[in-house]
Design a protein around this ligand. Structure first.
Ligand code: NAD
Length: 498
């Protein structure tokens, strides 16, 4: 065995980690104003990892003031895009240099598989930072087609102080989805990570300063949603609020903006995405693989999880046999063990929420596999992969986002019925379609009410394309050059030559 083949001892590495426990304000690790802390817990063991600053309104005020000072004096906002590019590229390189550390922080904090954080979350985050770094000095303004006696320039200007409030399911990546385009365009940011998963955000902010980001441009205020998150939403000096999280909390941010300074609000919220499998799919094994990946990845805690399988009746039994067989093969266990293929949910509270919906499923539908806590696992956060068949369209498990490893199955006879089932929720984030007919996939994709439709695969997303939804999945778009629209305003400068 060569040295590079030596398996990493993640438990030993975890013991060597030094957690950042203070807020990060104006380039400094800063205790909360009143010294309050809250525990962050490893859901795989139930053990406390660290006590983290529990920020309140005063801390948010300090962070916003630092961000405002930085924005107004131009230490970042007035640097050329090419200069910002260099700093962001260094930041991307530092993220990769500290890849194992950042991956471990997310795995410990949120119960995510180390095989996912090392191969997905962390390199994906670095790639997004690098992509926006490389893009930002290639974005041009416009010259309007005036007559010869005038020159009208249309430029994109940064908006000022951005508040970013993010969830725990991809702690580093969700933060980076906001930070990379917001910083590339010259804004200052105050980031509030989720209560459950503040560790990677605090560390990556420190790395940004090490890369050359001036103090005060990026601030992190860990804290309670209804306290620190609300304070950011209501702040009179925050210009834009970008949010990823539940639909219920997203709606609150619209209210906060209305009650305060009419800040722009961008919402990326929940989903109940459908996976449609038609009988003319030749490779049902690939479809079964996709169905499982679509709902069981990250323990189902994915906003665009394909939580509803909508399958043509003539192939339903055959497909379900394959899906159930794969679900039985899932290895529930320690997220730091590379042999595990599913870890715990993020918290006991989240597991209890999912268990409540499992009880509803058991009452209204037919359980094919799973249905409760996983026996013999080291914490109550481990739930069995669960599949319900014959789900009534109005059941809670058919309509509500579960955010756990729970698949609801529906049969259909024709395309019209498939579309009616797929579009029968308040959401519109994503959908997948399996069929070997190009005409059908094109027709169905066109009709589906979803921000992203994946054909003969599931849940595709990439920095190259916008990600976001319709309906109560929100209206913001993360990723791609379109994300720059959220963090810049169009400014017209009209020269009159009289
Ligand atoms: P959540 O809405 O409970 O929390 C998200 C963030 O909002 C957290 O930082 C939280 O502290 C904060 N918050 C909570 N209550 C608040 C309040 N009263 N005022 C201000 N801020 C508050 O969501 P969650 O449980 O952390 O994450 C899961 C949700 O995120 C799911 O609904 C999922 O679909 C959604 N999500 C969406 C996307 C997307 O891009 N559409 C991506 C990932 C997750």
């Amino acid at each position: 065995m060569t040295i590079t083949d030596t398996p990493v001892d993640w438990h030993t590495r975890a013991k060597q980690l030094v957690f950042r426990t203070h807020a990060f304000i104006d380039g400094q690790a800063t205790p909360s104003a009143d010294g309050q802390t809250r525990a962050t817990v490893n859901p795989a063991t139930g053990q406390e990892l660290a006590q983290i600053a529990d920020c309140d309104e005063r801390d948010v005020d300090r962070a916003v003031a630092a961000a405002r000072r930085a924005f107004e004096d131009g230490r970042w906002s007035r640097r050329s895009p090419a200069e910002r590019k260099v700093v962001l590229q260094r930041w991307a390189a530092l993220i990769l240099e500290h890849a194992d550390e950042l991956a471990l922080l997310d795995s410990l904090d949120a119960g995510k598989l180390i095989t996912d954080t090392t191969t997905g979350d962390v390199p994906g985050s670095a790639a997004i930072v690098r992509w926006y770094a490389e893009a930002i000095d290639k974005v041009y303004g416009e010259i309007a087609p005036t007559g010869p006696d005038a020159l009208a320039l249309v430029t994109r200007v940064p908006l000022g102080v951005v508040g970013a409030v993010v969830p725990w399911n991809f702690p580093l990546e969700m933060a980076i989805w906001k930070l990379a385009p917001a910083l590339a365009t010259g804004n200052s940011v105050v980031l509030k990570p989720a209560e459950e998963s503040p560790l990677s955000a605090l560390r990556v902010a420190e790395l940004a300063v090490e890369a050359g980001l001036p103090d005060g441009v990026l601030n992190v205020v860990p804290g309670d949603g209804p306290v620190a998150g609300r304070a950011l939403g209501l702040h009179q000096d925050v210009d834009v609020l970008t949010f990823t999280g539940s639909t219920a909390v997203g709606k609150l941010f619209l209210g906060y903006a209305a009650e305060s300074n009419m800040k722009q609000v961008w919402l990326e919220c929940g989903g109940k995405s459908a996976n449609l499998v038609f009988a003319d799919t030749a490779d049902l094994d690939a479809a079964a693989e996709g169905v499982c990946a679509g709902i069981f990845s990250n323990q189902g805690q994915v906003c665009s999880a394909n939580s509803r399988l909508v399958v043509q009746r003539s192939i339903k039994d055959e497909l379900l046999d394959k899906v159930v067989e794969r679900a039985r093969g899932i290895v529930l266990g320690d997220p730091l063990d590379p042999a595990s293929t599913m870890g715990p949910l993020v918290s006991d509270q989240q597991a209890s929420r999912v268990l409540e919906l499992l009880a509803d499923g058991a009452r209204t539908s037919r359980t094919l596999i799973g249905g409760g806590r996983a026996p013999g696992t080291p914490s109550p956060c481990f739930l069995q992969p669960t599949i319900f068949d014959d789900v009534p369209r109005d059941a809670r498990i058919a309509q509500e986002e579960i955010f756990g490893p729970v698949l609801a199955v529906f049969g259909f006879d024709d395309e019209r019925e498939a579309l009616a089932i797929a579009d029968d929720t308040a959401y519109g984030l994503a959908a997948s379609v399996w069929s070997d007919s190009v005409a059908r996939t094109h027709r169905v994709a066109d009709r589906l009410h979803a921000g992203t439709v994946s054909i003969n695969t599931v849940d595709m997303l990439d920095v190259l394309t916008p990600f976001g939804g319709f309906g109560q999945s929100g209206f913001g778009r993360d990723l791609s050059l379109h994300a720059l629209d959220k963090f810049t305003g169009l400014k017209t400068t009209w020269y009159h030559h009289g």
